[in-house]
Design a protein around this ligand. Structure first.
Ligand SMILES: [Zn+2]
Ligand SMILES: [Zn+2]
Length: 130
């Protein structure tokens, strides 16, 4: 994955990015650390954490927050929605078509100029539904 986009990155940042891109999941910082360590043994958590911040600011990954204590990292950069399981915490991507009326309503109520809306479905995943 020595493409142009990532060729200017340090090997630590590349390892972090690769960990995220190779995972199907939305990883927490600690999970990213575990992936990056497999690619680059000896990388520290602090380095991973700083790399995550850098990659996010560069627009190479996305950070998604679910409450104060749950931040995950997403390789998918375009607008999409998520479903999260209340029982096991499983998080999956989904794509919904957001009705124009909802965006307008949200803009009206918040008095914000509308950019985009992302929705999070919370419920029980197929495994937890039993
Ligand atoms: Zn579940
Ligand atoms: Zn996602």
């Amino acid at each position: 994955m020595e493409d142009f986009e990532t060729s200017g990155l340090t090997k630590q940042r590349r390892a972090v990015l690769r960990g995220i891109r190779e995972s199907e999941e939305h990883l927490t910082a600690y999970e990213v650390f575990e992936h990056a360590r497999r690619i680059l043994p000896g990388i520290s958590f602090a380095t991973v954490y700083n790399s995550l911040r850098y990659l996010k600011n560069e627009g190479l990954i996305r950070e998604i927050r679910f409450g104060a204590d749950c931040t995950r990292y997403d390789r998918k950069l375009d607008r999409h929605d998520h479903a999260i399981c209340n029982s096991c915490g499983k998080l999956v991507d989904l794509e919904l078509s957001i009705p124009e009326a909802l965006i307008k309503e949200a803009a009206r109520r918040s008095k914000f100029k509308a950019g985009s809306i992302e929705l999070t479905l919370r419920g029980l995943c197929p495994e937890c539904r039993g």
